[in-house]
Ligand binder design. Structure first.
Ligand code: GCU
Ligand code: CA
Length: 414
């Protein structure tokens, strides 16, 4: 009976739709104000320049990391049109990347609008998934974002087959997934009988429910290339400055992940975090910028070919204090982001998240004594490696990033 009434209503709607003259039908758009939760503004909500809608606008901090983030709903997956309303009272463009669920989807120039009270709209189209999507405008220059008023979103609607009765939702249990980890000592399992170092991969499983298995194949001392090709990376550089790999046979650990029976399968995840040992100038560890990106691409493609989902991580920061502030100290950040864009892979910026954690834990200034105090309890006897307590906190940061960036694995978090 319900289905019949629904059919009747749909039929009436169809008649109404047919009566509307062609060309005048516009898809409904939804307005998301930058000053209203769940939007997040890294800066202040201001109202001192007229012309905005709602109760104000996001005046982001003038810095690269200062983003504004909207939670955008889509009934079905597809392409959404985003109208970004902003004012830039300077004569310099304030370009931004548009991330959707952690993946860079677009960039927008956000040119000067002539005055802080002149609001203009910039339009981009981006892919969205069914349900809530995190849309983040992330400035690419130190000027930060312009003032952002709102986002108007035209999202794809449900497909027009309304007369089929709503299908009963399947009651089957969520599929079990394996999270495969590839990385260095900051990720790896401790060697047997030792308490230091402990990589965060060792502490990751506790954040998930019982449907997740973590397979930690990170190995201390490895660059992305030695991890992939052990023991075949030689001590010799070629003319391009890269370590010669001979023979070009993959390591047993990577072959195990590629194994059609026991390796990565559809729905699994592959987390990849290197970039610490890679910065060594000598072979076999050395990896150049282009090669690093290429190898991330190789690993991502292999995972995708098996239906698994790659996630890139920037390297965990060591503890370096600049006075009272913990600061970044790792390379391969730009390379990781570039490879992520090129391959459509989400990035967890563990480098930034880790030194942000060190700041929130008050690690700086630091007197250099790894045997005492909060830094001593977190790190082994050096600035890079974690004790179990530190590893647990870093794993927690990665787990939180899954949720913040709406990486679908987050649905398995406890
Ligand atoms: C001015 C303006 C702000 C703006 C800022 C900026 O201070 O009043 O609204 O955000 O410039 O340059 O970002
Ligand atoms: Ca500003």
């Amino acid at each position: 009976m319900k289905a019949k009434l629904w059919c009747l209503a749909a039929g009436l709607l169809l008649v109404v739709a047919l009566l509307v003259p062609p060309g005048s039908a516009t898809a409904a758009s939804t307005r998301y104000e930058a000053e209203a939760a769940p939007a997040v503004c890294t800066g202040t909500i201001d109202a001192n320049h007229t012309g905005y809608t709602g109760t104000g606008f996001c005046n982001g901090d003038n810095a690269v990391g200062a983003a504004v983030q909207f939670t955008v709903d889509a009934a079905v997956a597809g392409t959404a049109t985003l109208d970004i309303r902003y004012a830039n009272g300077t004569t310099t463009a304030r370009p931004a990347d548009v991330f959707v669920n952690g993946v860079r989807a677009q960039s927008v120039p956000l040119d000067g609008t002539g005055a802080w009270t002149t609001w203009l709209t910039s339009t981009v189209t981006v892919p969205v998934t069914t349900g809530a999507n995190l849309v983040r405008l992330s400035p690419t220059t130190a000027n930060g974002l312009p003032n952002v008023d709102r986002l108007d979103v035209t999202a794809p609607g449900p497909s027009p087959s309304p007369c089929a009765p709503p299908s009963a939702s399947p009651t089957s249990a969520p599929p079990r997934v394996t999270v495969w980890l590839a990385g260095d000592s900051t990720v790896a399992e401790p060697s047997s009988g030792t308490t230091c170092p402990v990589g965060w991969g060792n502490q990751f499983a506790q954040y998930f429910n019982g449907n997740v298995t973590v397979r930690n194949s990170a190995v201390g001392g490895r660059s992305i290339q030695t991890w992939l090709y052990d023991p075949n990376v030689t001590g010799t550089k070629n003319s391009a400055g890269e370590c010669v790999v001979s023979p070009q046979t993959y390591s047993a650990r990577w072959q195990a992940m590629l194994d059609p029976t026991n390796g990565m399968k559809a729905g699994d995840y592959l987390f990849i975090q290197f970039g610490i040992n890679d910065s060594t100038s000598a072979c076999p560890r050395h990896v150049g910028s282009a090669r690093y990106q290429q190898l991330l691409g190789v690993m991502a493609s292999a995972a995708k070919a098996r239906g698994a989902r790659p996630v890139f991580l920037t390297p965990a920061a060591a503890i370096t204090c600049s006075g009272g502030t913990a600061v970044g100290n790792r390379g391969f950040i730009a390379e990781t982001n570039a490879a992520a864009s090129a391959n459509g892979v989400p990035v967890i910026d563990l480098h930034r998240l880790s030194y942000t954690l060190y700041n929130s834990l008050g690690f700086c200034p630091f007197n250099g004594d790894y045997g005492a105090g909060p830094v001593g309890a977190f790190f082994c006897n050096d600035h890079t490696h974690f004790e179990t307590a530190g590893a647990r906190q870093i794993a927690g940061v990665v787990a939180r990033a899954l949720r913040d960036q709406q990486i679908p694995l987050a649905s398995y978090l406890r």
